[in-house]
Design a protein around this ligand. Structure first.
Ligand code: C2E
Ligand code: CA
Ligand code: CA
Length: 716
């Protein structure tokens, strides 16, 4: 009997074309066991209800329904095992209204378990009559529950698979599933979008077809090792799209194993991180590179130097650190404008870059400061050769906006070796050397030494103190009388700045160059001029109306652009003195620079009423051509010549020649540093116009001037 029923069920099942196994089995069972209702229901444990997923009544499927589990035989079914009552079910479950409503007598139910031994569903048959062969029906239920369980699991699996396929396909992340032989068996839409390969094009292929030669073999080695040891790997690699374009991706790979631990698949997930890389690169560039020149910035350079220090013990070829300053960059910038200056900086950067090897580094470390880190110079000769290569390259002009400009370098150098401590210290040393080099003139080079360091340190300390002295108006001005020979009168003075620092007088010969180097010369010069103007005012008010005071001006005070020339007269005009009361002393070196405004400035000053003296004549450049080219009223013979003219015949001849030539050109001559009667006599015999020196007087304070002029008159 049982066998017949099974046969009928199986026959019926195989007749069904529909693929819904649950519905088919309900129909087949209902028929075979003569039940009034057979259903499969899912259990909702939270709501304590059951909802049918398949329901058959008299050869026909019924609409699904939901019912309460409480007080029903199904409740016992869920909590226990097979539940079979051939009749009187209503008496056993009096509170189950559904049984009453449907007029049910017999009940057979069986839990449908999943692999975790939970009961997600039940199979139930309801009879309006007494079940004739309950044992046979129970056996059938036991038999078919297994089939249904398998089917439900499969359905669930398919559902999960559908879900995961959906997830896979909708994922923005490219997904590649390959088998254990690493042959691709599935890819998603994102994969196609990113790589340009359709699924059909890659099925069966090794994912390695995407790889780029840019990835090091090491990466793959590490990847496979991690995969086999830990089952997963992730990292950044470069891949290639179908069109050959390379792109960076963030890749993670998992190996998948079955329950027995056998490798079955690999699943790879990747993102195209081109955009992220680009923005990272941009951020990196902004943080580490100079936007104008494209060179490394100071931060990046220091980092490289620090890395070099850390590696110094591994090599016996010390790295060379060079810091460089563009001579006269500020002047060029002021003269031609900032756009021009920017162009020049770019050209300098390119020139530097062209001089170094691939593994060397060029950086822009400040406005007009550059630095190089050079690696492979084994011998001192190599270093010297490199420095002369640098100088040579920068002795050639730059062509910017159809103008050719020269921009030489002052270079400071030091080496990184085992004893080097920090990047900061190395840089400081190179910068010390550079400042020292700059002092020795443009286009120069200096290697760092300890002696240099203390010199530079002293200089830097002095610089700070000088700045303070300027701010606190701690500088003073003295005035040295200049005597006019033919009338034997004090008609002029030279203003000389004075600085008493920590109880000591510092020579202007020491601190003026510092003021020039560190940009303090303009306020200093203005201070001297202002004090001088007030001094003239005071002398004027005492009846000394024709006194002239000479004021020294450095080359650094000469504006590059003529529109600033008027600044030289501001203070004179503000204080209301006559412009003719001021004579500006300019050195020959000021005229020797390529500053085309210097001639214009002198004309401008002369036109306003000031006079001009050429200071220290005979030192440095010594060119009488300056006297004819520039509008100069006085020529000051340097004290070095005066000093020797009475003992050295050649020097005497030289002074005599200078005086004759100057007079021929219509200039008056002032002799400086006259200390003795003999010097005075010689100079007077040569028809020198003015005498300045200790013979007559040391520099005097402002209050001493009027008394000095008066007593000098009386004396003579
Ligand atoms: P300088 O312009 O040649 O000034 C003359 C220097 O010779 C002064 O030195 C003066 O004190 C010194 N002197 C004058 N008569 C004699 C003498 O008979 N024998 C000797 N041995 N020396 C004499 P000082 O004041 O030390 O100034 C040194 C230099 O500093 C000046 O040389 C000038 O180049 C610079 N300087 C001084 N004051 C200023 C200033 O206000 N502005 C600028 N730019 N430079 C200044
Ligand atoms: Ca002078
Ligand atoms: Ca002088």
């Amino acid at each position: 009997m049982l066998a017949r029923k099974i046969e009928s069920i199986v026959a019926q099942l195989s007749d069904f074309k529909d693929t819904n196994f649950s519905q088919n089995i309900c129909l087949a069972l209902a028929n075979a066991i003569d039940a009034n209702l057979v259903f499969i229901a899912n259990i909702n444990y939270i709501e304590d209800t059951a909802t049918t997923v398949a329901c058959a009544q008299n050869n026909a499927l019924q609409e699904n329904f939901t019912y309460e589990l409480a007080n029903s035989p199904c409740e016992d079914l869920v909590n226990g095992g097979l539940c079979s009552h051939s009749d009187n079910i209503q008496q056993l479950y009096p509170k189950d209204q559904l049984l009453v409503d449907m007029g049910i007598t017999g009940y057979i139910g069986i839990p449908l378990k999943n692999s975790a031994n939970e009961t997600p569903a039940i199979l139930v048959a309801l009879f309006k009559h007494t079940i004739e062969h309950p044992k046979a029906v129970e056996s059938l239920f036991l038999l078919f529950s297994g089939l249904i369980e398998k089917d439900l699991e499969a359905q669930l699996f398919v559902k999960r698979l559908e879900l995961s396929n959906h997830i896979i396909n909708e994922s923005k992340e490219a997904i590649v599933i390959s088998n254990k032989h690493n042959q691709i068996i599935q890819v998603n839409k994102a994969f196609t979008d990113i790589t340009g390969y359709s699924e059909a094009e890659v099925l069966g292929k090794d994912p390695g077809i995407l790889g780029s030669e840019k990835n090091s073999a090491l990466i793959y080695q590490e990847m496979w090792q991690e995969l086999s040891q830990h089952g997963s790997w992730s990292g950044e690699v470069i891949n290639q799209r179908k069109n050959g374009e390379e792109f960076p991706e963030l890749l993670s790979i998992n190996s998948i194993h079955d329950d027995q631990g056998n490798l079955t698949n690999y699943a790879a997930f990747f993102f195209d991180i081109t955009a992220r890389k680009k923005s990272e690169e941009k951020i990196f560039k902004q943080a580490n590179f100079d936007l104008l020149t494209g060179l490394a910035n100071r931060y990046f350079y220091m980092d490289k130097v620090a890395k070099n220090i850390a590696m110094a013990h591994l090599t016996d070829v010390p790295a060379l650190v060079l810091t460089m300053d563009l001579d006269l960059f500020t002047e060029v910038n002021n003269l031609y404008g900032h756009d021009f200056g920017d162009e020049l900086l770019k050209a300098v950067a390119n020139r530097l870059q062209s001089l170094i090897a691939n593994n060397d580094l060029a950086a822009r470390t400040s406005g007009d400061g550059f630095a190089l880190l050079i690696n492979n110079l084994k011998h001192h000769d190599d270093i010297n050769a490199f420095i002369s290569k640098l100088h040579k390259a920068f002795n050639k002009p730059f062509y910017i906006q159809e103008t050719s400009v020269y921009c030489t370098l002052s270079i400071g150098a030091t080496l990184i070796n085992n004893e080097t401590e920090t990047a900061q210290k190395v840089m400081k040393k190179a910068e010390y050397a550079m400042h020292h080099a700059k002092k020795g003139g443009r286009n120069s080079f200096e290697f760092f030494t300890d002696n240099l360091q203390s010199q530079v340190e002293q200089r830097l300390a002095l610089k700070n103190d000088l700045q303070q002295a300027l701010n606190n108006q701690a500088l003073t001005v003295e005035f040295q009388p200049i005597i006019e020979v033919n009338n034997n009168k004090v008609t002029k003075f030279e203003a000389l700045v004075r600085w008493q620092h920590k109880g000591q007088w510092i020579s202007p010969a020491v601190f003026i160059p510092i003021a020039e180097e560190f940009g303090m010369i303009k306020p200093l010069g203005e201070f001297v001029l202002r004090t001088t103007c007030f001094q003239i005012k005071a002398l004027n008010s005492q009846g000394f109306n024709d006194v002239i005071i000479n004021v020294n001006r450095s080359v650094a005070e000469i504006p590059l652009n003529k529109k600033h020339n008027a600044q030289w007269l501001n203070t004179i005009r503000e204080t209301g003195i006559k412009a003719s009361s001021i004579c500006f002393e300019i050195t020959e070196s000021s005229l020797a620079t390529n500053n085309y405004n210097n001639e214009e400035l002198l004309h401008y000053l002369q036109h306003a009423g000031c006079t001009i003296a050429l200071d220290d004549f005979g030192t440095g450049y010594s060119s009488l051509s300056y006297l004819s080219r520039f509008p100069i009223d006085f020529l000051k013979i340097d004290q070095a010549f005066v000093k020797e003219m009475t003992s050295n015949k050649d020097q005497h001849t030289l002074v005599a020649t200078i005086i004759v030539m100057a007079k021929a050109l219509g200039k008056k001559v002032v002799a400086e540093g006259v200390e003795t009667q003999a010097q005075l006599a010689s100079l007077m015999a040569l028809d020198c116009d003015f005498i300045q020196g200790y013979y007559y007087s040391k520099p005097l304070s402002g209050e001493q001037l009027a008394p000095f002029i008066r007593s000098f008159k009386q004396e003579s």
